[in-house]
Design a protein around this ligand. Structure first.
Ligand SMILES: [Fe+2]
Length: 396
């Protein structure tokens, strides 16, 4: 058994329409000059406008500098530009309203706005982050990354074709405001891909060598929530015409709420257990194709789970059981891969291969670009495993 500690540095507000009341509670944090980081889509603009209204009601004297994140994989150059604006306006709080890329960018801005060193010095190097980073309020509008509770920010450097992270305790937001209503307008494809990220965090943290009794409890709950509610959510979204806030069925509200909750839980686990191979392997795919994090994970997962069956059979069977499959039907790695592909393809509609995502490099090229510590995954000891997994995920 692994010894462990339980600590949650982020204060969490969770529930429908919780943000305005939470901002009132956190008045001291928003009192002053704020950089508000959001996304570039129309829905993001609507959410950023809502945040402006709420902040102005709580503190009419608050000065807000806006930064709209232009890339689905935030770049070092984006961090530098947003930090320049933050420094110019002498901001004292960072607020992020958006998906994982927006929250990750905001976390990096909280570092870069106070650091005398360039953000590149910390990117993928493990160099200790400065202690005096700006406080962060994270308001997720998708349910997927868990970035509102995690202590990492994933960035990319397109010049080098590298996607990696900065990590440290100071990247845990001071406050997370998780309002499932903000996810109602997320379209079908993004809902499925971000929802798959939750499943990836849950499964990888469950199979991680660093898993402990506490993290396993959270992982198991998150896997079962995704198994039950993500396929339902697909049907709900498909069966209504258009996306409106007011017409959402109570059953879909419940599904959205459960997915937001599971996503948040996995933000806790990301720090505790680290990730297994699929997360490390997705980064080169995202950097090469600019496809979403969840899409890359969905393409890599069936082959990985098939291989993982060979070294971690009991726990892989437990994952299938939590997803609603009969574990006694999974008798081989090949069967595990096939069954998982059935889940991504038929139940979520995201049964991609790497070729579907536009990968045109060899498995060996991709494997060379994998960064970071792979030791959390027992499979990392298998010779040439990265090349094998990329090959097996490539598709026809
Ligand atoms: Fe992830």
């Amino acid at each position: 058994m692994t010894n462990f500690q339980i600590e949650l540095p982020t204060k969490v507000y969770f529930g429908n329409s919780c943000v305005f009341d939470a901002l009132k509670e956190e008045r001291e944090l928003i009192n002053g000059r704020i950089i508000l980081v959001s996304g570039c889509s129309h829905a993001s603009e609507v959410n950023a406008q809502k945040m402006h209204t709420w902040i102005n009601e709580v503190d009419p004297s608050a000065m807000i500098t806006d930064y709209r994140n232009p890339h689905s994989n935030p770049r070092l150059a984006d961090v530098r530009e947003a930090a320049r604006l933050a420094k110019e306006a002498n901001v004292n709080t960072v607020i992020a309203i958006g998906g994982g890329s927006v929250m990750d960018l905001a976390k990096a801005v909280a570092v870069a706005a106070v650091s005398r060193e360039d953000i590149g010095e910390f990117f993928g190097t493990g160099k200790k982050l400065p202690e005096n980073t700006l406080p962060i309020i994270a308001v997720p509008t998708t349910s997927g990354t868990g970035s509102e509770l995690s202590r990492a920010a994933i960035l990319s450097d397109p010049d080098r074709g590298v996607k990696d992270g900065i990590r440290g305790d100071c990247l845990a937001p001071q406050v997370a405001m998780v309002d499932p209503e903000l996810t109602y307008t997320v379209p079908l494809k993004t809902s499925m891909e971000t929802g798959f990220d939750v499943l990836a965090h849950a499964t990888e943290s469950f199979l991680s060598r660093k898993a402990d009794l506490y993290s396993e409890m959270l992982s198991a709950r998150a896997v079962s929530i995704v198994g039950e509610y993500l396929p339902k959510l697909k049907c709900f979204i498909e069966n209504r015409n258009g996306i409106t806030n007011c017409d959402i069925d109570p059953a879909e509200r419940e599904a959205r709420e459960k997915m937001s909750f599971a996503s948040m839980l996995m933000g806790i686990n990301l720090y505790r257990t680290g990730n297994c191979l699929p997360h490390r392997m997705q980064y080169p795919v995202g950097a090469l194709t600019d496809t979403s994090h969840g899409a890359g994970l969905a393409a890599l997962f069936p082959a990985w789970i098939g291989r993982e069956f060979e070294v971690n059979e009991d726990k892989v069977k437990e994952v299938f059981s939590l997803l609603g499959y009969r574990p006694d039907h999974i008798t081989s790695g090949r069967e595990a891969k096939k069954t998982f592909r059935d889940f991504t393809d038929n139940k979520l509609g995201i049964g991609y291969t790497l070729k579907d995502l536009g990968v045109d490099r060899s498995a060996a090229d991709l494997a060379q670009k994998v960064r970071g510590n792979l030791n959390s995954d027992v499979l990392s000891e298998t010779p040439d495993i990265l090349i094998k997994l990329y090959e097996e995920s490539m598709g026809e």
